[in-house]
Write a protein that binds this ligand. Structure first.
Ligand code: 0O2
Length: 221
């Protein structure tokens, strides 16, 4: 990653980046283990896929400016919660809470903040479940609790967020009203779709093997 503007703190920044990178790796491994265990027990993957990223220096600087804080490594570590970010994409809304619960039960992870934008969507229609957590990173001479933002959302929520992000940047945060309204409408459709897919899945799960056999006989081909 490119050095940010604070060249005089280059070493501190490199150390901070090492911690953020290690924290992302630790959480990714934990999630992979949980997903594999779940698959073995239930023949089903709650996690579709996972992405992770370190926030760009430009985006970090913007956030600090927005909070009227000077651009220093100390301030980044203290005030920017999402320098290290992981996004978990699931199939169903119920998987989101299941995964959040599994993360909560990991004894070395501390939950610092929860933002449930599913129960309380943002004004623009954004839905997702956010957790700010800290995880210990074991170095040769010390252990450092390092912050990571975990975003958990369904495929449909992610689809919406990607488009909204594109539109936000295209119009520099000032999209025309009709586009903002359409986006809100799409958010409602997505929430409806997520609910429908979940109840359909529940219905399929509750079907007994016998019922499934009958269903197959009824369906030609
Ligand atoms: P990028 O490019 O992902 O880095 P906090 O200090 O954590 O309490 P913050 O950062 O406002 O305050 O928290 P919040 O609301 O949890 O948002 C953090 C991240 O969530 C954002 O990071 C986005 O990734 C995502 N997000 C939040 N709101 C929206 C939204 O309305 N639309 C989309 N598409 N994503 C959103 P950044 O820094 O904005 O961006």
């Amino acid at each position: 990653m490119e050095l940010p503007v604070f060249y005089d703190e280059a070493e501190e920044w490199s150390n901070a980046l090492l911690l953020y990178d290690a924290a992302l790796k630790e959480i990714s491994t934990k999630l992979e283990i949980l997903n594999n265990e779940f698959k073995l027990a239930h023949q089903y993957n709650p996690i579709e896929h996972i992405t992770s990223r370190i926030k760009t220096p430009q985006s970090i600087a913007k956030k600090l400016r927005h909070n009227n804080k000077e651009l220093t490594v100390d301030n980044i570590v203290k005030y920017v919660n999402d320098v290290a970010g992981i996004r978990i994409i699931c199939t169903f809304t119920s998987d989101i809470y299941r995964i959040a619960d599994l993360i909560r039960k990991q004894s070395d992870i501390k939950i610092l903040k929860i933002k449930d934008y599913i129960i309380q969507p943002k004004e623009n229609g954004y839905t997702s479940y956010h957790m700010i957590v800290s995880i210990p990173v074991f170095l040769s001479d010390r252990t450092v609790d390092t912050k990571v933002e975990i975003q958990i959302r369904t495929i449909a929520m992610d689809f919406w967020a990607s488009l909204e992000h594109k539109i936000y940047y295209k119009f520099e945060g000032n999209a025309p009203e009709h586009i903002r309204n359409e986006l809100k409408e799409c958010s409602k459709i997505i929430s409806y779709l997520d609910q429908k897919m979940l109840s359909l899945n529940e219905e399929i799960k509750s079907c007994t093997q016998e019922q499934l056999g009958d269903f197959k006989q009824e369906t030609p081909g």
